[in-house]
Design a protein around this ligand. Structure first.
Ligand SMILES: *Cc1c(COP(=O)(O)O)cnc(C)c1O
Length: 398
């Protein structure tokens, strides 16, 4: 018996048993629609599971910019950025990102995941400690693990817990880095960025936020560091071009010294091919739209609020609204039910979220029709048994 296939089959059987096996489903997102629609199995569904919050992946001007770049520069970068893959569009994009995020410089990576996997290990190592919010995105944990630094997990958005850890342990380590989602991807709540910035400043700790779901949709598009108007003291603002900007790629906004260091030391930048230039062109055109149209950036959150109000859920802080259902089976069942009504809301199950907190996760977009939002709320209210939208605390997280 082939041990490799035996291993794979046994693992799959376990996943199947726990309702945790995942499948790829062919999905088209037609670019000529003016609402977020997907086609699956021949069916047209209004999607509440796309992170294309502003519909920019199908914006005519952005598509045109990408097509022009594709035509002029081809489909791929040809090499890593340090070899021959550093198209001038990257410098233009980095200037634009730095300006929007109020930082001195920016550095573009192949994806958000690759950014976290490159940045964290380049800044922290054996003698250091990395503190991570228990509900932070998987790639933050992966980056922290890869760094070889000591890892400490603090309770979700619990500044006092992070303070206690730093108070007890900061002195034992050379450097400390605290990393959190700015907007939590599965719960939609925001990190207490201002309080964390104060804590980190007081404890000689570097603060890094992952604003994958903040860019383009919070604070006129500037993201979670700008909730109070002025920029909070976040020296490391990471994010993705793949969500509200409708393109692909990741970035870090930071000081010039930091981005210069990462250019030499972030392994996912040094040893991975540069983004296709067309992705950079699309992201630049998307930033044009975001900066020119603040009203557009406010619409996803407004739709999320309208939905939550109809269901008596807590007022959302971002366009993401979780509906906790408990078991993976219950989440799958609710998702299937919505599908029969013409709506797509993918079930989110462990290990993406803590055990017992499987959920539907609704992502609201600027061009969702108000009628669809209202009807979705009606279907959910009548036919789905839910427990409210508050963030699930990971009891076993620490
Ligand atoms: C989506 C996401 C990422 C990964 O970004 P990609 O560009 O898709 O690789 C990282 N962090 C968070 C919080 C995310 O939601």
């Amino acid at each position: 018996m082939d041990t490799l296939d035996a291993f794979a089959r046994a693992k799959l059987a376990q996943l199947e048993e726990a309702a945790l096996r995942r499948h790829l489903v062919d999905t088209e997102r037609p670019a000529r629609e003016n609402v977020p629609v997907i086609i699956r199995g021949g069916r047209r569904l209004v999607s509440f599971s796309c992170n294309d919050y502003l519909g920019l992946s199908r914006h005519p001007k952005i598509k045109a910019a990408a097509i022009a770049a594709l035509d002029a520069y081809g489909t791929g970068a040809g090499a890593s950025r340090l070899v021959t893959g550093n198209h001038p569009l990257f410098a233009e994009l980095e200037v634009r990102l730095a300006k929007l995020k109020g930082s001195e410089a920016a550095l573009v990576f192949g994806s958000g995941y690759l950014a976290n996997l490159g940045v964290i290990p380049a800044l922290a190592g054996d003698a250091d400690v990395v503190l991570v919010d228990e509900l932070a995105h998987a790639c933050i944990f992966a980056g922290a693990r890869l760094s070889g630094a000591a890892r400490r997990v603090f309770r979700h958005n619990d500044v006092a817990h992070a303070r206690a850890i730093l108070g007890a342990e900061r002195a034992r380590f050379r450097h400390a880095l605290l990393v959190t989602d700015g907007v939590f991807s599965m719960d939609g709540d925001l990190a207490p960025v201002v309080e964390l910035a104060e804590l980190c400043a007081a404890c000689d700790t570097w603060l890094m936020t992952d604003d994958a779901h903040g860019l383009g949709v919070l604070a006129k598009g500037r993201g979670s560091s700008f909730g109070g108007g002025a920029k909070a003291g976040v020296p490391l603002q990471m994010g993705t071009l793949s969500k509200a900007l409708g393109s692909y790629g990741g970035y870090l906004c930071a000081s010039r010294a930091v981005t210069d260091l990462l250019t030499s030391r972030a392994r996912t930048l040094v040893y991975s091919t540069g983004l296709p230039p067309a992705n950079a062109a699309a992201a630049i055109a998307a930033l044009d739209v975001v900066e020119a149209d603040p009203a557009l950036t406010q619409r996803p959150l407004a739709k999320a609020r309208a939905f939550a109000r109809r269901l008596g859920l807590p007022d959302p802080q971002s366009p993401i609204v979780p509906l906790r259902l408990g078991s993976a089976e219950a989440a799958l069942e609710a998702s299937n039910l919505l599908e029969t009504e013409g709506y797509l809301a993918v079930a989110i199950r462990p290990p993406t979220v803590p055990e017992g907190s499987a959920r539907l996760r609704f992502a609201f977009c600027a061009d969702h029709a108000d009628d669809d939002v209202a009807r979705l709320a009606e279907v959910v209210a009548k036919r789905v048994a839910f427990r409210g939208g508050a963030a699930a605390r990971c009891e076993t997280g620490a």
